[in-house]
Design a protein around this ligand. Structure first.
Ligand SMILES: [Zn+2]
Length: 74
């Protein structure tokens, strides 16, 4: 039995319902704990970004991320 989970993209506010497995693979899940030397000492930011928002976000990058193909698809 696969567990369905509902998540909201923090960027566009769209709600998605998918299995936990799919959410891990097809969404960007960010959990970031800011350190002592940042201005957010100890704050933990957590958010989801859906694929289309991710693509739009990356269009704003001056240097695009390195892309590699996964050799083993699980
Ligand atoms: Zn989105």
């Amino acid at each position: 039995m696969e567990e369905k989970k509902s998540i909201v993209c923090n960027c566009c506010g769209k709600r998605f319902s998918a299995s936990t497995n799919v959410i891990e693979k097809d969404f960007l899940c960010v959990k970031k704990q800011w350190g002592y030397f940042s201005k957010k000492d100890g704050v933990i930011d957590e958010f989801f970004v859906c694929e289309s928002c991710y693509d739009k976000w990356l269009e704003n990058f001056v240097i695009p991320p390195n892309k590699k193909m996964a050799t083993e698809l699980l």
